[in-house]
Design a protein around this ligand. Structure first.
Ligand code: MN
Ligand code: MN
Length: 305
């Protein structure tokens, strides 16, 4: 019986490419593994797959009775609803440790670095397994996406070194130019509904019994959304109702200005103001230098709950 490998809900490129890269490694090591995904492929991930001739993993949202590895998360809130009925063999991740637990011993590769695919890269090195050209290219772009082309405070020397090595294997000379092309694809918002935007990179967190949802849109120029603010706020209120959230946050991250506009709909906005040391005006504020949800937002909000 094959083992399934998948990333978080609302999968990003790290989750999709990580399922692919980790499955290939496990298969080389003699463990039959199949990469899967919990949701739709984003435009950015489609660009990565197309550029290097990759295939999208199959959609799988139920894992009861299966053996699984998870990558790029360890929270039940970001897992399939029946995750507790699966046997978790291992976690590969670069986030805070979540609430997922196991009855049996498990393999853990968790490091405070810029991308799960950098962790996978280190695993290939440690097992002495060669990385195929196409997978190397996809891993390289996943790392450049998660680290915002090395600008994110989550980026480490391990990540930059991995990108350089992977670019060599993939035969890519100007990896920064290719990454900019990827971010232009990621920035496109024409034709997307407010709900599409609000769920594009959405993560729910259980904060001591309160549900907090945080969506992040990484764009080359966030002013493209100025005219749609009201619509985005209206939909945030709807999502808050539908999901039973205490707080719904949208981060409009401008990767060129290197900061984020934070939009907040909350039962207690003061928790967000105190945690992030900011003053909301019309439910929003500019956070200079903030590019990372996991490093610059979540650790400061969580203690308020
Ligand atoms: Mn991710
Ligand atoms: Mn990641």
């Amino acid at each position: 019986m094959a083992t399934y490998i998948f990333g978080h809900t609302s999968p990003d490129s790290d989750s999709i490419v990580g399922a692919i890269s980790l499955s290939y490694l496990k298969n080389q090591l003699g463990e039959e593994c199949i990469p899967t995904r919990q949701g739709e492929i984003s435009a950015e991930t489609a660009f990565i797959l197309k550029t290097f001739g990759g295939t999208a993993p199959e959609l799988k949202t139920s894992v009861a009775g299966e053996k699984v590895y998870i990558i790029d998360f360890s929270d039940y809130a970001q897992a399939p609803a029946d995750m507790k009925e699966a046997t978790l063999l291992g976690i590969v991740d670069h986030h805070k440790l979540g609430d997922i637990t196991t009855d049996t011993p498990l393999e853990c590769w968790i490091r405070p670095i810029g991308c799960s695919n950098t962790v996978v890269y280190e695993m290939y090195r440690s097992y002495g397994v060669e990385i195929p050209k196409d997978i190397a290219g996809m891993m390289m772009l996943a790392i450049l996406s998660d680290t915002v082309i090395f600008k994110s405070p989550t980026c480490t020397k391990v990540d930059t070194k991995a990108v350089k090595e992977l670019a060599k294997i993939a035969g890519v000379e100007d990896y920064k130019a290719l990454a900019m092309e990827m971010f232009i694809v990621k920035s496109a918002t024409e034709g997307a509904s407010a709900r599409d935007l609000n769920t594009r990179d959405y993560k729910p967190f259980d904060m001591n019994g309160s549900k907090v949802g945080v969506n992040q849109l990484e764009m080359i120029d966030i002013s493209a959304l100025d005219a749609r603010k009201d619509e985005i706020f209206e939909d945030m209120k709807k999502m808050k109702e539908e999901e039973g959230l205490h707080t719904m946050i949208v981060l409009l991250t401008d990767i060129m200005k290197e900061g984020s506009q934070i939009l907040v709909v909350s039962d207690e906005p003061s928790k967000i103001e105190t945690g992030l040391n900011l003053k909301l005006e019309n439910n929003e504020a500019w956070l200079d230098g903030v590019l990372s949800r996991k490093k610059q937002i979540i650790p400061f909000i969580q203690p308020q709950f």
